[in-house]
Design a protein around this ligand. Sequence first.
Ligand code: HEC
Length: 167
Amino acid sequence: MSPSRIFITVLSIIVGLGVSIHFLTSLVAPTSQDPAVSAYDLTLPRTPSDAKRLQNPIPVSSEVIAMGKALYGGKGNCFVCHGQEGRGDGEGGSMLNPPPRDFSDPTFQHLRTDGEIFWTMKYGIPATGMFSYIPRHLSEEEGWRVVHYIRALNRNRQSSELLLEKQ
Ligand code: HEC
């Protein structure tokens, strides 16, 4: 084999390998196992199963929702990304991937338990802009108040809307 033949053969093997590696990686990413993708799919659990069963120890009232709202829009900093009404339209959220979701969405409210929302606030969600806020910014008790406020944002939940209107 002439040197130029060897060169061309080696070159085509390298190029061929490069193309196949590129093709194979495009097949495996992204999948539903990719944290950034699964984080945005509402139907996939994003917390351990015991988180689902945690109960909100604080009974709901218009006062508690008002306190939760003040924490959410104050030292909790939640509004920065999630928006004051929880529509996912906070300024800090506009650059994030996945972006913060809409808390007023009845499907979100239906699929997530209080425990899951609390767990998310305590431990954050890997590979998203959601960090841990308990106990760094909020105590556990304050966290549960914020959960009541997030519940009140459900656009289908009349009782909470009534509670909010009273303020
Ligand atoms: C720096 C931006 C940022 C801040 C501040 C922030 N979050 Fe998040 N949050 C996110 C992103 C991004 C996600 C992942 C996308 C999603 O599910 O909304 C998320 C997810 C969540 C979820 C999970 C939604 C689900 O699908 O289960 C909850 C609940 C939540 N945040 C509540 C809060 C609360 C309460 C605070 C304040 C204590 C807060 N977040 C502060 C960016 C933020």
